[in-house]
Design a protein around this ligand. Structure first.
Ligand SMILES: [Zn+2]
Length: 309
């Protein structure tokens, strides 16, 4: 086996994946070779079995915590018994992100938003979502989506967004039926009240944005009126935040009539773009998710599809 490995090692070390045999092919060749047992391969060279990576992801955020309407878990599996060395983490899975995964020789993409959500009837080259699936399969790249399971957990996406502020202990707006300390959205009191103006600056600083959109609560002055309670929902917060009594809503996006409903009741609103309200968590995940032999890379090309002009 070691002799066989030494023969293919130059291929494994080749930097240009497209000009050499793909690693997935080499792994498949290794498995097919009668004398080869994967566990005998030098540690770190062959990466981590995909099944083990999925188990670690499940430990971090059990998929049963995801909302019932969601589509989470392993969405694309190019081969049985896949092995992973490089993981690319993104909020949205675009064709540019798949190209980035290829450049980084990733065998797994963790796409926070599911790249397959509504049922698809065919997988052709005519639609970008279908091309992504074929490109991933052709290049041996698996795709996993955690989505709302990452929203629910302690220290997940919502808690990352809350950390824009110094707060007392937060609680979920929609608690999980089995564990009330986790769930959708967050509500908390600030350690010390701040003006809306200060809250806006804190959010911009935390997310790394030069601009956010705000709705000022009826009869409130951003410079003098104080914010004591905040309701947070990463992504699209309209349904989770509806009816919550708080001085401030912080979310990525809300419909006009939902913002109107909130502001007319005296609640101010900060909107910071759907995916910008989620993306910063990826760096926290990179720090949290330590698996020996696994290299976690945060996408550089993934970005919100709206910008300021
Ligand atoms: Zn989202």
């Amino acid at each position: 086996m070691l002799k066989f490995y030494s023969l293919i090692r130059p291929l494994l070390l080749s930097e240009n994946r497209r000009l050499s045999l793909s690693r997935s092919f080499i792994v498949a060749a290794l498995k097919a070779h009668s004398a080869v047992k994967l566990e005998h391969c030098p540690k770190h060279t062959m990466g981590v079995p995909l099944a083990d990576v999925l188990s670690k992801l499940e430990e971090l955020a059990p998929l049963k915590l995801a909302e019932s309407w969601d589509n989470v878990g392993l969405l694309v599996e190019p081969e049985r018994n896949g092995v992973v060395k490089n993981v690319l983490v993104t909020i949205d899975l675009t064709e540019n992100v798949v190209d980035e995964a290829l450049e980084n020789e990733a065998e797994l993409i963790i796409s926070y938003h599911p790249n397959i959500f509504r049922p698809i009837k065919c997988v052709t080259q005519s639609h970008w979502k279908e091309r992504i699936i074929t490109k991933c399969i052709r290049n041996g790249i698996a795709v996993f989506s955690p989505h709302t399971s990452w929203d629910a957990i302690k220290g997940g996406v919502n808690d990352w967004l809350c950390s824009a502020f110094k707060s007392k202990t937060s609680k979920p707006i929609m608690p999980n039926s089995e564990n009330s300390s986790i769930g959708m959205g967050r509500f908390f009191e600030l350690e010390s009240p701040v003006t809306l103006k200060k809250a806006i600056e804190d959010v911009k600083q935390h997310i790394g944005l030069s601009h956010v959109r705000i709705g000022v609560g009826r009869d409130k002055c951003p410079d003098t009126d104080l914010i004591s309670t905040v309701a947070v929902c990463a992504g699209s917060g309209g349904s989770v935040l509806a009816g919550v009594k708080a001085d401030l809503y912080l979310t990525g996006e809300m419909l006009h009539h939902d913002v109107l409903e909130a502001t007319q009741k005296g609640t101010s609103v900060i909107l910071c773009n759907h995916s910008d309200s989620e993306r910063g968590y990826l760096k926290s995940f990179q720090k949290q998710f330590k698996v020996e032999g696994l290299n976690v890379i945060v996408s550089r090309v993934d970005k919100d599809c709206l910008t300021i002009a």
